[in-house]
Write a protein of this length. Structure first.
Length: 540
């Protein structure tokens, strides 16, 4: 029989080791400190910007700046499921289980046009293996196995590892979460000292070993024990049955003795499915234990032999959960229940069409979604788009958001299970050149100019925006006359600059008087060859 090395240390050595482990736990806890967030309405900040997370452990992020109304998305929804709007400015993330270190990008945008903010999350596998067992010893009075008799003792075994590699010499804390049992902290052969918590150190194989004692006279119940790795604060819990030793009684059994649920695909466990269990023999009535957070139990009492109850899976994945059935004589039998992921692979997520074009501010574009798990989420990285979804018809509707400037193209992300797809959104016409709030931006007619000679130029008319307009050229070979344009005609001329060298392309910029319209650009091209042409030397 193997016991913890910590228990055999002297009092001073134990105190020193406990202080070291406490410091280690503080250094590796899930709380992440960093600089104070900058609350800038023109910039979104998310802190921390980089973080190391462990599967099943919570980490909190603080978001500030922008409009204060945030929308979040994750680059890997299967590992970090974050999508949609955020209430408040803090976000708590609990990563799913991973088998190897995985990088996930968390993206935050606001309801306006502040630049996106991102945080890089490094998700590492949890360190407490799913192999916690509590084995009754042969020294306990009565035959309660697989339960532990009241007054009896049992051995606790667990493994601390990461990515399949054992973690030796690791500090581990064991705690009583619920139940009439305690940890034996005294060495063998000495009067027992019982505690609700103790710290042990893993052996060379990452193994955890401890002893528990069920209190004398403990009634029938379920005990819950927690194993916490002090290096990461990752933890797992295990349940076991405590049976009150009351002497002999008729044997009894359940049909079936084990229930196994299976989910619809490789990402999900079963939800809403029931299994019936019949009880025979023993001394009725029978008391049925609870199903924890993973299973629902139809009733707590079954009054007669041959009676039944049913178990309902609620979507939580559980490898082995014991549900106790206790007869009136205090004897216990166990129904072992599991709920695992299915074997059907989730089909690829397909959107049709993959590209859409919005040409005005009122007509939406519709995209059909197929594949995935049957449900999906959508997210847009731009405040210039409204994105809605119709889950029953598997449709996504995309339209321009009013009062917002935009560039083209934009994108809309679609996620379902571990599958993702992207819709590319092109903007053209009014959807690009207006703010979609009824006020047009500056428009130029013609929208491009070609200068073929040094003679008279091209006349350009301005509409929209708010007069007067300021006009300027970025090329010394191109002149605009006048550079300040207003009613009644709002027309200017684009021509070659006398004495200037040849040119290929240039740009004329037009802005209105108070900036209500976006800056409009006018591409200018030089053509021809020889003196007096667009590409030749103009006489002074």
């Amino acid at each position: 029989m193997t016991f913890s090395a910590f228990a055999s240390l002297g009092a001073s050595a134990r105190l020193a080791l406990a202080l070291v482990l406490a410091m280690l736990a503080a250094a590796c806890s899930g709380a992440v400190s960093g600089p104070t967030p900058v609350n800038d309405p023109n910039r979104i900040t998310i802190l921390p910007e980089t973080a190391i997370l462990y599967s099943g452990m919570a980490t909190t992020f603080t978001i500030n700046g922008g409009t204060g109304s945030y929308f979040l998305s994750s680059s890997n929804q299967a590992v970090v499921h974050v999508s949609g709007s955020l209430t408040g400015n803090t976000l708590t993330v609990i990563p799913a289980n991973v088998v190897e270190e995985t990088t996930v990008t968390l993206t935050v945008r606001d309801s306006a046009t502040a630049p996106l903010a991102t945080a890089t999350l490094t998700v590492r596998p949890g360190t407490v293996a799913n192999d916690i067992v509590i084995i009754p010893t042969e020294t306990q009075g009565g035959s309660c196995a697989p339960a532990v008799c009241s007054g009896g003792d049992a051995l606790v075994f667990a493994t601390i590892s990461q990515g399949g590699n054992p973690l030796p010499a690791r500090g581990v804390r064991l705690d009583v979460v619920s139940g009439d049992f305690r940890f034996i902290t005294s060495p063998p052969g000495f009067p027992e000292i019982l505690e609700t918590s103790r710290v042990v150190v893993t052996d060379q194989a990452g193994g955890v070993h401890a002893r528990i004692r069920v209190l004398p006279g403990a009634p029938n119940q379920t005990g819950i024990l927690q194993v916490t790795d002090l290096g990461t604060n990752a933890f797992r819990r295990a349940t076991f049955i405590i049976a009150q030793a009351t002497g002999s009684s008729p044997g009894f059994f359940t049909v079936p003795a084990e229930v196994a649920f299976s989910g619809p695909n490789t990402l999900s466990c079963a939800s809403g499915i029931r299994a019936d269990v019949n009880i025979f023999g023993g001394l009725p009535p029978y008391t049925i234990g609870n199903g924890g957070s993973a299973f629902g139990i139809s009733q707590n009492i079954v009054t007669a032999s041959g009676g039944s109850f049913y178990i309902v899976a609620n979507g939580t994945c559980v490898d082995d959960f014991p549900i106790a059935v206790v007869d009136s004589a205090g004897r216990t039998t166990i129904v072992n229940v599991s709920n695992v992921r299915g074997t059907f692979a989730v089909p690829d997520l397909v959107v049709s069409p993959e590209e859409v074009t919005l040409t005005d501010c009122t007509q939406p574009a519709s995209v059909t979604v197929a594949g995935g798990t049957g449900t999906f989420t959508v997210s847009s990285g731009s405040g210039a788009l409204f994105v809605g979804q119709n889950p029953s018809q598997r449709l996504i509707n995309i339209s321009r958001a009013p009062g917002t400037p935009a560039t083209t193209p934009l994108s809309v992300g679609v996620a379902s299970g571990d599958k993702t797809a992207t819709i590319t959104v092109h903007l053209a016409g009014d959807a690009l050149t207006t703010r979609c709030d009824g006020a047009q931006n500056i428009r130029l007619t013609p929208s491009t100019v070609t200068l073929a000679s040094c003679g008279p130029g091209v006349m350009v008319a301005i509409t929209g925006g708010t007069p007067n307009y300021h006009v300027r050229s970025d090329n010394s070979s191109v002149t605009v006359i006048p550079d300040n344009v207003g009613p009644p005609n709002s027309v200017f001329e684009v021509r070659r600059t006398p004495g200037s060298a040849s040119f290929d392309t240039g740009t004329v910029f037009v802005t209105d008087s108070n900036g209500t319209g976006l800056v409009r650009t006018l591409p200018v091209t030089g053509t021809g060859a020889g003196p007096g042409s667009g590409t030749g030397l103009c006489p002074p």
